[in-house]
Each structure stands twice: as structure tokens, then as C-alpha cells.
Ligand binder design. Structure first.
Ligand code: HEM
Length: 198
């Protein structure tokens, strides 16, 4: 590991550029870009996250990478919200073999918590009756966690052995899986399980 030097290309910039098209698709599909949100849109987003975040968190937390290990586990809150919304997650069997892949996957989790700040506020204002423990917790302190993640990533990727393109590929895989569940549940809300939403 190098001594905290910053790579010419900030890994976060590379990751952001690398997944920008997929984040745009999530924004469009999720319905959270609309002036008002529906409970079906919220349930689809929870279905996607509950199908992906637990697997990624487990792979990242279960690794022995010193920096990547410091991830707050949000999966239990997410699975509890899903259960209370009547959603059946579609678990993902993901393998993240090397540290660069785990950084890429962790980037998606850390970034999604930045978006959670906006989403948690909208849920509180627009759908206050629905369970939202995950988004409330993910939004709390998200900015501080993001700053810490970003500086950890700069240190980690200053080590030339970490391949940022492998991180981008892993981040794209996570987004693709989220989009697959989101697409299915937006087209057919019954695929996320019976009952629960309005
Ligand atoms: C599956 C769900 C989502 C995932 C995985 C996700 C992922 C990400 C990632 C990786 C970033 C960090 C971008 C960067 O700065 O490098 C981010 C930021 C952000 N996302 Fe999302 N996102 C998701 C859903 C949403 C939705 C539905 C919204 C719409 C409200 C949203 C709004 C935002 C916002 C406002 C930011 C912060 C941008 C900034 O402060 O610069 N996200 N998200």
C-alpha cells in the first residue's frame, strides 16, 4: 500500500463516469424523479435493494480487506422493511473475488446512501405511513460516511495493484442486477410479492 498519495485519476471520478449511464437508468425507472412518488415505485426500489444489498454487504464485510471491512450493515433494516412491505427479495449469489471488485461494489452501496438523503425526505413527506427504517438509517450521516469512503478509496487505489477498471466492472454488475429486479417489478408490481403497499 502506498502512503496515502493520490492517483492522477481519482478512483471515485473513474467509478462515477463508469456507472453514470446506469445511475441515470435507475433514476428514470425508480420513479423518484417524478414530482410525486407512488407506493409501488417505493416497493420496487426496496425490492431491488433487498435483492442485492445483503449479498454485496456480506461479500464486502466478510472479506479481510482492512479498509473495505468498515461498512455499516444495513441489510437487516432493508430486509425488515421488505418483509413489512410484503416484498419477497430475490437473493443474488455474487462473488467478489478480489479487493478491486469489493471496492467497486462498496462504491455502489456508499453512493446509494447519498441518494438515500433525498429519498428518505421524500418518503417522510409523501408516504409517511410506509416502513422506511433502511432509508432513514442510510441517510443519517451519509455525507460523513461518503467523505470517509472517498478518502479511503484514494488511499487504497494509490496502490498500483488495485485495478480501477475491475472496480468499475464490479460496480456495473451491481447496478445491472439492481436494474434487472427494478425493471421486472416496475413492469409487474406483483413480482415483488403480494400485499403490503397501498
Ligand atoms: C438502486 C438504487 C441506487 C443506487 C445503487 C445509487 C447509486 C448511487 C451512487 C453510486 C452515487 C454516487 C455518485 C458519485 O458521486 O460518485 C449516488 C449518488 C446520488 N444518487 Fe443514487 N443511487 C440509487 C438510487 C437513487 C435514486 C432513486 C435517486 C433519486 C432520488 C438517487 C439520487 C442520488 C443523488 C441525489 C446522489 C448524490 C449526488 C451528489 O450529491 O453529487 N439515487 N447514487
Amino acid at each position: 500500500m502506498a502512503d496515502g498519495g493520490i492517483h492522477a485519476a481519482d478512483p471515485i471520478h473513474v467509478l462515477r463516469r463508469g456507472v453514470a449511464d446506469l445511475h441515470d437508468r435507475v433514476d428514470r425507472l425508480s420513479g423518484f424523479g417524478a414530482p410525486s412518488i407512488s407506493s409501488d415505485a417505493y416497493r420496487s426500489l426496496v425490492a431491488a435493494l433487498a435483492s442485492v444489498v445483503p449479498a454485496v454487504e456480506a461479500a464486502v464485510i466478510g472479506s479481510d480487506d482492512a479498509l473495505v471491512a468498515d461498512v455499516p450493515p444495513f441489510a437487516p433494516l432493508l430486509l425488515d422493511d421488505a418483509r413489512r412491505l410484503g416484498i419477497t427479495p430475490q437473493p443474488w449469489a455474487v462473488t467478489l473475488d478480489d479487493a478491486a471488485q469489493r471496492w467497486g461494489a462498496r462504491y455502489v452501496l456508499a453512493g446509494s446512501q447519498l441518494g438515500a438523503v433525498v429519498i428518505a425526505r421524500r418518503l417522510r413527506d409523501e408516504l409517511p405511513e410506509l416502513p422506511r427504517a433502511y432509508f432513514t438509517a442510510a441517510a443519517t450521516g451519509a455525507g460523513e460516511r461518503w467523505a470517509a469512503f472517498r478518502s479511503d478509496a484514494r488511499v487504497a487505489f494509490a496502490d498500483d495493484e488495485l485495478d480501477v477498471s475491475a472496480a468499475v466492472d464490479a460496480a456495473r454488475d451491481v447496478f445491472e442486477r439492481l436494474l434487472a429486479v427494478l425493471e421486472r417489478s416496475v413492469c409487474d408490481p406483483s413480482t415483488v410479492g403480494a400485499g403490503g403497499g397501498r
